[in-house]
Design a protein around this ligand. Sequence first.
Ligand SMILES: [Zn+2]
Length: 362
Amino acid sequence: MGFDTFLGNPQAVTAVREMLASSRVPGALLFAGPDGVGKKTLALMLAKALVCEHGPLDFCGQCARCRKAEQMFAAAREDLARRREVKETARRVEGLVYFDLQLLEPLTKFILTEQIRQLRAVSYTRPFELPYRVFILDDAQTIHWQAVDLLLKVLEEPPETTSFVLVCPNAYELRSTIRSRCLRVPFQPVDEPLIQDLLAREKNLTKPQQALAARVSAGSVARARAFDAAEYERRRKPWLDFLEATARCSAPGVAPDWRLVFDSARALAENRDAFEETLRIGYALLADLLHVLLEPAAGAVVNVDVQPRLKGWAAKLNLAGIETLKAGLDQAYRLQIRNVNPQLGFETLGIEVISGRKSGPR
Ligand SMILES: [Zn+2]
């Protein structure tokens, strides 16, 4: 338990611990940085340290107050989930009850005015059960514009026993008046070796899968934890087939494998619900092809486990082929928005790349 269990972002952890050590935790904090790196987790830890019986330099996770804190956040999460299920937006904010430690998240596309109004009303009363009050506003960039002034008033003169932690990916998405009221704690993507360690500890992956997972996670602990190797490989498979099919006929006398072109095109167009994810993987593969073609020394390839195959395809497809594929993916993306089945698009793309390679002098 305690801050030592937090992964990555040592500067952010140090900043928080120094605030606690100086017993001057600001009334308004802003945790800003990419998704999935632990901003909210650190905010929860800060809240626990502020109330822990063994605090405030750290928290034990065991004492009655730590357990109480855990319960309050769990109740807040459940309450948010339940309210999001309510059909009528106006009724989602009915009967809001805020605990001493409270998590606020958007109930629609926004954190609604009523949520901020309630927060303001509660923050001027004494904490009910704990010595300190912490309000964590996740996705603070979604605070409804009508509620911003209301929040600003509280942030200008936060009550003595209350801290607000605003959490958002990009500080500049917040109104400057809000931003300037908060002490900012910046977060960075988590270093790859730390992600690798996490994957080694928590996931049962082969070495190549682990390397792949670390790259796909791109510094996000949340993405690393959620990575499903079998699922990723299943989704990527038709792309690899498609690239194989379009790249293979470069050698003289090698006939195109049309069956592989059409089968992989059909597989790519399947599962329309997850088509954006399919496209994301496709774009990542094309970016990898460009990397291995143009800057072979750079370590930026995502699909590291298939790097030798990528090299072979990149050499055969060349820049022109990769560009054609990129245009094809853009087209598939547009078709998807218009709800058109992209299978035909992929088939045409395969034919285009192959015939372009067969005819055009390079
Ligand atoms: Zn404790």
